[in-house]
Ligand binder design. Sequence first.
Ligand code: C2O
Ligand code: CU
Ligand code: CU
Length: 459
Amino acid sequence: RTDGTTDYYEITARPGLARIVPGHDTEVWGYQALFPGPTIESRSGRRTVVTHRNELPHPTVVHLHGGHTPHDSDGYPMDLIAPLGGGSGGPGGSGMAGMAGMGSAANVKPERVYDYPMNQRAATLWYHDHTMGFTGPQVYRGLAGFHLVRDDEEASLGLPQGARELPLMLADRAFAADGSFAYPALDPSEMKPGVTTPYMNGVLGDVILVNGAPWPFAPVDRARYRLRILNASNARRYRLELDPQPPGGGGLLQIGSDGGLLARPVAHDGIELAPAERFDVVVDFSRYPAGSSVRLVNRLGSGSTAEVMRFDIGSAQVSDDSRVPGGTLAEVEKLDPAKAVATRTFVFNKSKENWTINGEEYRPGHSLASPKLGQIEVWRFVTDFHHPVHLHLDPFQVISRNAADPGEYDAGWKDTVDVLPAQGVEVAVRFSDYAGRFLLHCHNLEHEDMAMMAEFTTQ
Ligand code: C2O
Ligand code: CU
Ligand code: CU
């Protein structure tokens, strides 16, 4: 539904069945029972209101990742949408006792209205569950979807669109013999914050799904395609390459990052994505022979096959009036770190049982920083392990990695940065518009659930 100033959506989270592995149905918990959930589209500057209902046997919280959103609609992990039936348990009736301290079930409704101003650039955002202590298992079961923001600047470029624009959500999963998703302690009665301890480094699956399907193939024309690639995996990192590479290489022409278009395109032979990162790339399939196939492969990690998906290129001569400007794509303001009014350091480390930031486990309502709205700050992320660090509210720009120039994957506005072991990453950030409590956390979802999250309070 839409009126003069606002677009309205209604989404219900409920269980559904998906045919993912041959011969079996897999139960998913999906937005509209789908995995991935329905794609929401917004115009920059045009308010989007999403009413989320919960028909799952477990509380949910919805966060718009990459959204420039006031606290009330940001998906604060304690702002629970109660399960169907409102009580502590719901249809499954199972052990929500652990959640009892998290707010009285009597005054939480099984729906919540999220109000998104959408005062932000065109970008590939995504929405996903953000429930206190349970984000990992809930996203693993399917609670994730795309939310695309479009604007005039981008529309004027003539990028590939329509059937030649493909949002690709990558997520690895493990399957039990009966076809169900295998997540440690998947039974809600066993799900307590912290019980994922054997999976200290995060949960990995051996099957890589693209938009919910294993090893899919897409018929494509000999033309340019825009691939909006999202790593929605709980913990897996990828290095994606085209196999074969097109003659001359540079087959993945990056045009955008988490926070929208880059200033100018960057050609890559491979791209590396940590959990929650997005790469917006254009692939020109006319660089390949008619009738050939190209695979998108993953060259990082082990325990899964390399192939992620396959593109089967048609033989027909087709017209392609899309283009990617070789020079300037977009005006990208540069945040000047010399103008920073504060420098803050956040150390991401392991404690005995949990993961911590500056030695502290996440405590709702306890703020680690109070940045002033409208001022530039430098935030330093330091770690001894690999952590994809994510900030809510506003994107940032990476200014250094290990005290050197940032890597080739760090260009543009980012909201998640891959911090590698023994590395320090510095970013310049400027929060704007909304005073309130927001989150800073590791986007390895098991680390997040194991307390590697903190709050900052903008003022
Ligand atoms: Cu995508 Cu706070 O998360
Ligand atoms: Cu976020
Ligand atoms: Cu982490």
